[in-house]
Each structure stands twice: as structure tokens, then as C-alpha cells.
Design a protein around this ligand. Structure first.
Ligand SMILES: Nc1nc2c(ncn2[C@@H]2O[C@H](COP(=O)(O)OP(=O)(O)O)[C@@H](O)[C@H]2O)c(=O)[nH]1
Ligand SMILES: [Mg+2]
Length: 450
């Protein structure tokens, strides 16, 4: 999981808040100190850490919780908001014709991300041209050409030419019919003056609307100075964090973003061309804090989704281990009422890849069907589902206007859900399965996702 270490220590801090009986000055100061330690360990810049924790401490001590919010939830919410604020520097890339210049050191993922971005814009219906302005590595142009071919973007390059700005100038005129132009540039192992000059020259010729810093999320403390130097050279407007699929500490990347004040536009989550996700600070922090944990999910979901009692009740029932058809009914009701299954799913660590594979409409349709079936059952049957067999199944099916097969399917789903209740919270895989169950999915479909 992304930023495993930082995520864990931040969750510990929130756990500390949630398990204390009183929220007082001592606790808040303790929590601020623990937050500092967690962030520093993840390589977040010291100055930044101090500013952030001072703000959190200040708000936690002086801001009155709004009516109806407990002091605990209030502190949680402040920590959450401030962490999001750290990263939330604006919208993603605009869907309009533009020139985008990629910058970054060697091996950070510039060329790969150029291909991914091209794919992104092609999928949105734009024509895309790529300019190979990496004059430093001989194979760079071939790499870009291969990517261009894959995603249906035209590539311009001049093998052997050493003047990057000249290539860009020629490329721009050759590709002038393309709506989106992306310029891949050279890197170095370390920042050098000639690279900086080269980038300045390219920027002067291309006047790109976006100057995107590509940054490997595993880069630690050097990320800050690195970002600053690129920023001074070309004025970084956005960041793509790559290799988020690895086990990065990630704090360096956070510092870099704070330093340039540029927004993160995308994260790279793998080597494949489609492994690019638009960045969403809320979601990123939710994942980092492990909002998949039921307790935190309830706390945040309450405010973010506007649901409260139903959801809380569902969560309590699930954790209590007692689980009847009525509980499942309520659980489903809460889920459909939220209507935003997708949002809940997105809060669960590691779910993003899976989200693509989930057919939300089909899940919702299934939930509606189950609801009708449950409405045809008696209270007794819902509390004691073992009663439901033989003639009862026929009666329920007739009442609901479905087949006996549908009723048995619901019972099967119930039995599977029930089996899982005991194991929730023990490990992440189980939680994933549970969420799938709640979405009314076929649990067998899980296998190809694990
Ligand atoms: N796992 C993973 N690998 C990536 C990602 N982005 C790039 N890479 C790999 O990182 C290496 C360097 O990428 P490249 O685009 O050539 O970097 P450049 O030198 O900055 O152009 C390649 O092996 C890529 O496949 C990512 O998001 N996840
Ligand atoms: Mg490259």
C-alpha cells in the first residue's frame, strides 16, 4: 500500500484521539507531538511539519466544535482537513488544447508519464502530438515512439540532434494540427546547470501552459530542493507523483508539492500506460489515514456523505457479530440511501484499482431487488433466516414478484455476509471482501483482484 509507514503512524495518532476519554490540552499537545514524529519519519520537511502541527494544535485548542459534533470527531476532522489542505493546491489538468512540458531528473518516470498523459487526452477525444526532446539518452526517442504508437499519438523527434530547443521548435510546427502537445525532456542523475539552461530554452520556445514536474514518490528529503530548482527554472505548475504502487515513504513528495505550491495533477500507479489516476487530495488522505477502517469510515462518512444514524447502526451491528437479515436489510438500505457507493469504496485503501471493475449500476439494481424480496418476508423470517425454506421461499418469491432462485440467491448472500462478520477488522483482505458483499457483488469475482 502507498505510503504504508506514514499511513500507519497517522492512524495510530487518530487511534490515540479516539481511545481517550477526554480531549484536553495535554492530549492535544501529545497528539501534535506524535503527528510531528510521524511526518518527520516520512521525510516531510521540518518547517512544513511545524507549521502544520501548530495549526492543528491551535485549531484543536481554540475552535469550538459545531453543534452536534463531539470533541473527538472535531479533532479528527481538523487533522483530516489540515492534511488535505497540505496537498490541495487546485484542480487537475484542464481539458483544453494546450502544450505541456515534462521535467524531472533521470528515471523519475517522465517518458512513461508522457505516454500515460497522451493516452489520457486521446481517451478524452483530443488529438495528441509528442515531442521527444530528450537529447541526452540515445534510446529515449525509441521509448517515446513505442508509447506513442500504443496510444495513437504522433511522435516527433530528431535522432542525433543535440539542440533540444531546436527539436521542439520543429516539432511544434510539424505537429501544429494537434490539440495537445506534450514535450518529453532530458533528465540527469543530479541537477546540473546545463540541464536547467536546456529546460529554460525549451520553455522559451514552446511557452507551455503546463510545466509538469515528474517526481518519483520514493524520493526522500532531496525532493524539496529538487522541486525548488526545477521551479526556479521553469515555474512548475503541476506535479505527477510516480511509482505510488511501490512502498514509498512519500513524505519527500509531500514536501516538494508544498514547496512549489503546485498542485499534484496525477499519480502514477504502475508501469502500464493506463496506470495513471487523477489526484484527489481528500481521497489520498482518506486512504493514507486508512478510512477503510470501519470506525473512521463512520466518522468521516457522517459528514462527507451526510448520512448518520443508519450508517452508524449498520456499522455497530456488523462489529457486534450479531447479524440477521434485518441487519443486512438495514445495511443495504444505508448503502442505497447513500447512493454514493462509489464514494465509500474510494475511501477504502487499495480499492481504486478494483473500482474500475465494479459495475455500480448493476450493484444498485441488485440491491433494489433484494429490498423487494426482504419486504415480502415477515419480521420473524428476517430475524431467523434459517426458517426460510421450501414453501416459504415460494411464498416470498410470489409476494416479491421474483423467482425462487432469486430468494435463494439472497439467502446465499446473507450466509456469506454473516460468515464474514466474525472476521472483520482482522485483516484488510477480509474488509475488502465485506465491502464487496455490501455492494451485492458476486464474491467469486474477487479472485482476479486479489
Ligand atoms: N511501478 C512503476 N514504475 C514506473 C512508474 N512510472 C514509471 N515507472 C518506471 O520507472 C522507470 C523509469 O521511467 P522513465 O519514464 O523512463 O523515466 P524518465 O527517465 O524520467 O523518462 C521505468 O522502468 C518505468 O517503467 C509508476 O508509476 N510505477
Ligand atoms: Mg525519459
Amino acid at each position: 500500500m502507498v505510503l504504508e509507514g506514514l499511513g500507519k503512524s497517522l492512524r495510530d495518532v487518530l487511534g490515540r484521539v479516539n481511545s481517550s476519554s477526554v480531549i484536553d490540552e495535554d492530549l492535544i499537545k501529545d497528539v501534535a507531538r506524535e503527528l510531528q514524529r510521524a511526518l518527520l519519519q516520512a521525510d516531510v520537511n521540518v518547517q512544513l511539519v511545524l507549521e502544520l502541527t501548530n495549526r492543528i494544535q491551535d485549531r484543536a485548542l481554540h475552535e469550538e466544535p459545531p453543534a452536534g459534533r463531539s470533541p473527538k470527531d472535531h479533532v479528527n476532522k481538523i487533522i483530516y482537513e489540515e492534511l488535505v489542505g497540505l496537498l490541495d493546491n487546485g484542480e487537475g489538468l484542464e481539458l483544453k488544447p494546450q502544450t505541456i512540458m515534462m521535467v524531472g531528473l533521470y528515471g523519475q518516470g517522465k517518458t512513461t508519464s508522457t505516454g500515460k498523459l497522451a493516452n489520457y487526452f486521446v481517451k478524452k477525444g483530443f488529438t495528441v502530438g509528442l515531442i521527444g526532446a530528450d537529447v541526452y539518452r540515445p534510446a529515449a526517442l525509441d521509448q517515446l515512439k513505442q508509447l506513442g504508437e500504443k496510444v495513437n499519438a504522433e511522435v516527433y523527434g530528431e535522432p542525433g540532434e543535440k539542440d533540444a530547443a531546436k527539436i521542439v521548435k520543429n516539432g511544434l510546427s510539424k505537429l501544429s494540427g494537434k490539440k495537445i502537445i506534450i514535450i518529453d525532456t532530458s533528465g540527469r542523475h543530479a541537477l546540473e546547470d546545463d540541464l536547467i539552461q536546456e529546460l529554460k530554452d525549451i520553455a522559451a520556445v514552446a511557452k507551455p501552459q503546463e510545466r509538469i514536474l515528474v517526481l518519483d514518490s520514493q524520493v526522500g528529503q532531496q525532493a524539496g530542493p529538487q522541486a525548488e530548482a526545477f521551479h526556479n527554472a521553469v515555474g512548475v505548475t503541476g506535479v505527477i507523483l510516480t511509482k505510488m504502487d511501490g512502498t514509498a515513504k512519500g513524505g519527500g513528495a509531500l514536501s516538494a508539492v508544498a514547496k512549489t505550491k503546485a498542485r499534484i495533477v496525477f499519480i502514477g500507479t504502475g508501469e502500464h500506460i493506463r496506470d495513471l489516476e487523477p489526484f484527489d487530495a481528500d481521497r489520498f488522505i482518506s486512504r493514507l489515514l486508512g478510512m477503510g477502517d470501519l470506525a473512521s469510515l463512520v466518522q468521516i462518512a457522517k459528514e462527507e456523505i451526510g448520512e448518520d444514524e443508519a450508517f452508524e447502526k449498520v456499522a455497530k451491528n456488523m462489529l457486534s457479530g450479531k447479524f440477521t437479515l434485518t441487519d443486512m436489510y438495514q445495511q443495504m438500505q444505508a448503502m442505497t440511501k447513500m447512493g454514493t457507493l462509489q464514494k465509500v469504496m474510494s475511501m477504502i485503501p487499495g480499492m481504486s484499482k478494483m473500482e474500475d471493475k465494479i459495475d455500480y449500476d448493476a450493484s444498485q439494481a441488485k440491491l433494489s431487488k433484494y429490498k423487494v424480496i426482504l419486504d415480502s418476508m415477515t419480521v420473524n423470517e428476517k430475524d431467523e433466516p434459517t426458517l426460510i425454506k421450501g414453501k416459504r421461499i415460494d411464498r416470498i418469491a410470489a409476494g416479491a414478484g421474483v423467482t425462487g432462485h432469486d430468494v435463494r440467491e439472497l439467502l446465499k448472500q446473507y450466509n456469506q455476509s454473516k460468515k464474514m462478520m466474525g472476521s472483520i477488522g482482522k485483516d484488510r483482505k477480509m474488509r475488502k471482501k465485506m465491502m464487496k458483499q455490501m455492494a451485492g457483488m458476486d464474491p467469486n469475482a474477487l479472485q482476479d483482484m486479489e
